[in-house]
Design a binder for this molecule. Structure first.
Ligand SMILES: Cc1cc2nc3c(=O)[nH]c(=O)nc-3n(C[C@H](O)[C@H](O)[C@H](O)COP(=O)(O)OP(=O)(O)OC[C@H]3O[C@@H](n4cnc5c(N)ncnc54)[C@H](O)[C@@H]3O)c2cc1C
Length: 491
């Protein structure tokens, strides 16, 4: 027997041994080594994953699939993984776009979808506690029956995205301008860490009892812990929704309108500003019949509040030259808000594309928009690269740009196509960071953008790395993601 063969016999034996131990925890039927299932579990909605799947090429898969049903089972699987020092890659709905579920170092693909129960609805404090694998629609159905909602509606709402996934990458939804992003909605989490411990954070997020542990785990994309349960803010379904829509002569005027709305401290639920290219796409999908820069606004709450707020916002929009298109366009936008993600509208390979969202202060927003348009459209002119954007979440100090690049005809060769994809990403992210923007705003880092973590954080990344090393000494939690390196000390 040659060395390679002997090595693979040992590996296979070890995996089988681990499989038997984990089966004793979660039940035989909840552990699997079926290559098709392993492939599905490692895939996500990243361009690379879609590209490899479209070409029927392999993606880096785990060795074992496990679907625990309780937090205690998650912790037990982590204990076993820690003993063998093998990676654990958590997965919710697999709607991530950054290769976060790729198992580049093998190990265990942990499907969290069986942790899908609502544990408690506290209508006095207006919070819901649910297990991390529940999907947005499952949670909404239960809450809506009581006239309640957890106001987080991402574009991936119908793509299986889970509560744990919302928190894992600090997600944004269509109404997060008013209600906050996932990290603002969360009050408490339970999470599992090596070597098999369950940790519960304080019952309230606002305190003066040392640094906030909750915000260290939120956004860590499975590299510091596996979230098993979360308590989130909820709201009553609004009594009234008032829609407004405006055309502007250019993106600059549109940004100024949104800035005024935010710094005057209005709190509309939706403020979406589309550049010419994005508004043309939107208009054709929803039959809006409008052209040029478009701003869509929705105010919600009581009738008195929405009337007052929408009147004030209308005056601000008009003060910077906004031309009203009326309420109907806004209502059509709301009714069709998931339309851009429908089959045929959502981009797909062989086209090369990427959503390079960023977040910045008002003073930098427009500069970033033009810089990115330039590096993409001029830098990749030979490939006919196109850039379009909308600005979809706003803060009292700035906003986020949801921008995309598209190359319709990339290289035929797969390695060349991937290399081009990465080069465009490099140019786009560098332009965001150089001009005062963040690496991204809500899609996470995953495998795709790990190389930018040091660029983004500078010396602070060394501190993050030390936290990671202390928290997960063998580096088994989703290794290779967020710029953290491979697992260590594997037996
Ligand atoms: C069409 C489309 C539209 C999208 N629109 C939005 C949008 O509007 N807003 C937005 O924020 N995002 C959006 N996304 C990105 C993505 O859907 C979100 O990040 C989503 O919250 C991921 O949830 P998930 O359960 O599918 O996570 P997964 O894809 O399963 O996992 C994503 C990452 O989180 C980790 N992870 C998952 N669950 C846990 C857990 N319980 N504990 C620890 N780590 C975990 C995984 O290991 C992985 O690294 C979109 C994606 C698509 C495909």
């Amino acid at each position: 027997m040659g060395w390679d063969e002997a090595q693979s016999v040992r590996e296979r034996y070890l995996i089988k041994q681990i499989e038997r131990e984990i089966s004793a925890v979660v039940g035989l039927e909840h552990v699997n080594t079926d290559p098709v299932l392993l492939h599905e579990q490692s895939s996500d909605w990243s361009w690379i994953s879609q590209h490899l799947n479209q070409r029927k090429m392999p993606v880096p898969t785990a060795d074992l699939y496990v679907e625990p049903a309780t937090a205690e089972e998650v912790a037990e699987v982590l204990r076993i993984a820690s003993e063998y020092k093998i990676p654990v890659v958590p997965r919710g709905g697999g709607s991530g776009t950054q290769g976060g579920t790729f198992a580049i170092y093998g190990g265990i693909a942990m499907d969290l979808c069986r942790l899908n129960k609502v544990i408690d609805i506290d209508e006095t404090s207006m919070v819901v506690t649910a297990e991390a694998g529940i999907t947005g629609p499952e949670l909404e159905e239960i809450l809506n029956k009581k006239g309640l909602t957890m106001p987080h509606y991402p574009g991936s709402f119908h793509f299986g995205a889970t509560l744990g996934g919302f928190l894992a990458a600090r997600g944004s939804g269509v109404v997060s301008t008013k209600y906050g992003k996932a990290e603002d909605l969360v009050l408490q989490i339970e999470f599992a860490v090596p070597p098999g411990k369950l940790i519960e954070t304080m019952k309230v997020p606002n305190h003066a009892s040392g640094p906030g542990i909750i915000q260290t785990v939120v956004g860590s994309e499975g590299t510091l812990g596996i979230i098993t349960k979360a308590t989130m803010r909820i709201e009553r379904l609004p009594e009234s929704q008032v829609f407004l829509s405006y055309g502007f002569k250019d993106i600059s005027a549109g940004i100024e309108a949104a800035r005024k709305i935010m710094v005057e401290r209005y709190r509309p639920a939706v403020v979406r500003l589309y550049d010419e290219a994005d508004s043309a796409k939107l208009s054709s999908w929803l039959n809006l019949g409008v052209e040029g820069v478009l701003l869509v606004i929705m105010c919600d709450g009581s009738k008195e509040l929405t009337e007052l707020e929408s009147n004030g916002i209308a005056k601000l929009c008009e003060s910077v030259g906004g031309k009203s298109y009326g309420a109907e366009i806004g209502q059509m936008w709301w009714d069709g808000k998931y339309e851009p993600f429908k089959h045929g509208n959502i981009p797909a390979p062989p086209q090369i594309f990427g959503t390079t969202d960023t977040c910045a202060r008002f003073e930098d927003l427009e500069k970033i928009y033009w810089a990115k348009k330039k590096v993409i459209e001029e830098g990749f002119k030979e490939y006919g690269a196109r850039y379009s954007a909308h600005f979809s979440h706003w803060f009292p100090w700035g906003g986020m740009i949801y921008d995309r690049f598209y190359i319709d005809n990339g290289p035929e060769d797969s390695d060349e196509a991937i290399a081009l994809h990465d080069r465009v990403w490099d140019a786009a992210i560098q332009a965001s960071i150089d001009n005062g923007g963040s690496l991204n705003e809500h899609h996470g880092v995953g495998l795709k953008l790990g190389r930018f973590m040091r660029v983004q954080h500078g010396a602070a990344f060394d501190l993050l790395q030390r936290v990671k090393d202390a928290w997960d000494p063998d580096g088994i939690l989703n290794p290779g993601k967020l710029g953290f390196g491979p697992p260590k000390n594997r037996r």
